[in-house]
Design a protein around this ligand. Sequence first.
Ligand SMILES: CC(C)(COP(=O)(O)OP(=O)(O)OC[C@H]1O[C@@H](n2cnc3c(N)ncnc32)[C@H](O)[C@@H]1OP(=O)(O)O)[C@@H](O)C(=O)NCCC(=O)NCCS
Length: 155
Amino acid sequence: VPLRGGETVRLVRCVPADAPELGARLWDYWADLGVMPPASWHQRYVERLIEEQGRSRHTFWGQGGGERVGLTVLRLDPDWVQPERLVGYVAEFTVFRPFRRQGWGRRLFRAAGEWFRAQGCGDLELDVLPTNVRAQAFWAAEGFRLAYHRLRLHG
Ligand SMILES: CC(C)(COP(=O)(O)OP(=O)(O)OC[C@H]1O[C@@H](n2cnc3c(N)ncnc32)[C@H](O)[C@@H]1OP(=O)(O)O)[C@@H](O)C(=O)NCCC(=O)NCCS
């Protein structure tokens, strides 16, 4: 895929008719992350993203050069002490495989950053798996720094 100079990425909201593609894209994404969820969980997650679209989750395609180059799921988390203050959270973020390493990720994140700013968000946060060194390099290049380690005790 040739990189067209000056091409930007536009966020396009996922609609219910997109559910099959969303499911397939997220399935590839779990594979990239190396954490395959149970198929039943995955199916429910896609349904929930569609149900909660525009409420607790904002699911967008990244549209660039007339094609869907990636997808992202964004969240607006009110600060507990100052609920009028919103913290933006990037819940899912992926550039589809043939489009990687051509600057589409940077442009998709730029579009997400503009969307967050338009919603009045200051700080942005996200989780990244300790095994995902590629994404760690990507987020570091975007200016993100390690804020804390989240620990999990499996029950
Ligand atoms: C992480 C990901 C979104 C990056 O998207 P991308 O379109 O390939 O990234 P870009 O081409 O915009 O790269 C921007 C910068 O990030 C860094 N970067 C991106 N991919 C990298 C890699 N494989 N290795 C090292 N640095 C990398 C570089 O600094 C790069 O700038 P450069 O190309 O000028 O060196 C993409 O690899 C992806 O979708 N991975 C699978 C899903 C995933 O891990 N998502 C993140 C979950 S937290």
